[in-house]
Design a protein around this ligand. Sequence first.
Ligand code: MCN
Length: 772
Amino acid sequence: MTTVQAATAGRFVGQAVPRKEDPRLLTGRGRYVDDVRLPGMLHAHFVRSDVARARITRLDVSAARQAPGVVAVLTADDLNAKAGPMLPTLFVGGAMGRGAPVVPLAPGDVRFVGDPVAMIVAEDRYAAEDAADLVEVDYDPLPPIVDYESALSGTGTVHPGWDGNIAAQMEVPVDPGLQEIFDTAAHVVTETFHQHRYSAVPMETRGVVAHWDPYREQMDVWLASQNPHEARLVFSRVTGLPENRIRVMIGDVGGGFGLKNFTGREEQVVVLASYVLGRPVKWAEDRREHLIASAHARVERVTARVAVDGEGKFLAAHVDHMDDVGAYPIGGGSAGAMVALFFSGPYRMGRLAWRTASVFTNTCGRAAYRGPWQMETTAREQMVDVVARAIGMDPLELRRRNVVRREELPYTMPGGMVLEHVSPLETLEQAAAAIDYAGFRASQAAALADGQLLGIGLSLYVEPQTGMGPFANEPAQMRIQPDGRVDVFLGSGAHGQGLETTTAQLVAEHLGVDIDDVTVHQGDTESTPFGPGTGGSRSGPMLGAAVQQAATSMRDKVFAIAGHLLEASPDDLAMEKGVISVAGSPQASITLAHVAGAAYLNSGALPPGLEPGLEVMVRYKAPAGMYSNACHACTVSVDRASGAVRVLRYVVSEDCGVMINPNIVEGQIAGGVAQGIGGALLEHNVYDDDGNPLAATFLDYLLPTAGDIPDIEYHHIETPASTLGGYKGVGEGGAIGAPPSVFNAVADALAQVGAHITDQPLTPARVREALG
Ligand code: MCN
């Protein structure tokens, strides 16, 4: 591993400070949802459909209701009429059109294997699971809609009334001018790529404990979530309770990867059940449920058509995108328009037309997964290599000719967004040099002569950060206590990405206190300001800026008081480790604790007109567009006999602006790359033609292990963003860039022997088949 010292390193910002949360998490002292135990707590278990599409002709729960330890068996008849709308705010607010018609429990028919039909609530989990065997359900099966590509034209609908199974569709058609470019270009290359179904699989599955106390009129919810305030809104709508009677606490979260950004159906049902029963209820999803019924991702197809001139310059592109959103997508799931609009990514691509359709099927719903729109990178970067082979140009050279250069910024992409503060060419060159692209090409030829297949793959991307719409502002609240210690309250909530550390670094840097004197509070809606949670790599740019803004305004107030007490100008003051001193006269100093004491307890000592106390609340507003960018480069070997792929080297050159903590940045890249390599080579939520999920355990759903992931080599370019502090996001990037770079490396290896491949996952069987 190569860690490059951050170019903009301050005393804390830019330093590889060890993660403050790790001693707790690594010694098993984290507080996850399943650790919560309340007196009188009941346990929920869902009875789920084992057919993909059917009418329920009989549902008899009477025996289950009599089973030992069972407190209640709830069905659609018991719960559905009591539920308010279950959609995320984006849909309820109308910002994203219609959402899937989700209700608590299956309403007379089932729409995917895993659809919850009934809920058993019992004294313990064993009793609940045993009673599930006593629930009798008769199904009248209907032909399931499993293949999204034929779902539009086929017969039957997943949801009654949603003819054609279209969840959403949009189009910017080819106009005559664009058609002319296609008609006259030196080359027009068309290819179709499929990305397969794989999913987030966090270490901690979904989980919730809900406790409705009718006497306090208070609903307390412990939840595995990335987004506590959105969850509270959702629980408020589904129960009808006012938001301020609901408290959501997320504690430690063992990964979310987008899945936990929106609040799932089961979590809402558990909250509703607690409200109906007046008892605390816990549900901890098991791994089988997680694999078949939490949410799936990717499952999409792009047919790309690219017009290229005689020098290899891209002139225009058409993108035909389609994705499978399953039966009940969480948060809408699809990002079709973004796939199309960002297809040009870091390249000049002239003109762009596109269409996209999201299709319901009788499968598990789609959710956001680490770069929900990343098919734009997968399809584009794979397409760049296809074009390169078609026109006989090296893929690195083709990228060099088309990549947007710094001097062209701000650059308006054909989709209309404006790229700024990015460095695609610089990361391309840095990665190519680091992986010794030219040297590899020489050794590749020598290896082939020896009968060995080696390949090299590149992928570039620009990643938009969610600072738009409801994500366009981010709060941070800060209080300095009378003893001088600092509390920071975030509207956000980490689910593994180290915000306790990076927030403390920012406060230490910009306020001037010891990092150990900062305590970060997050994830509890009772004490933290309303915020849109983590996701879309927004903590760096949005939360980082909000915390910096709060620290700076707090410092201004501290200096105003200190200057008054020291009879010095606030402009002449500096603070380090909580000691404020006057420039040029170090003996004139005062502690932060002294200032804080005065602020709260001695209002008479404060400058005239200054409000007592040391409390600051800010809401940082996002600039128009924020993009981070990166180039991934990897080399692979392909075993000709078995089709097995081995990733040999993996290089990442990334630009997330000013790095708050290079260690955390690299950890984020590592996690994303591991997920991306797993996705490209191994992970697959397979369904059979009858809609049965075939990968319901980790024996069949293959995750990458340490042996599958090479040491990742990190390189950084720091192009500050226009955000306060210049931070951009990094968390999603690895999972965006890795699948196409691995794919391109394998396709590159295969192309040497005339073999061609278009789809992932790159299983040994598929690679062998391509090799013929
Ligand atoms: N950071 C930094 N310097 C920067 C940018 C970010 O030091 N210039 C730090 C941040 O302070 C934060 C971390 O890097 O501690 C990630 O920040 P960012 O890239 O802004 O992403 P978010 O915190 O908004 O996290 C979301 C992102 C996404 S979208 C997914 S999905 C994801 C991820 O990050 N899921 C994760 N990282 C994950 N990491 C873990 N362990 N578990 C998940 O589920």
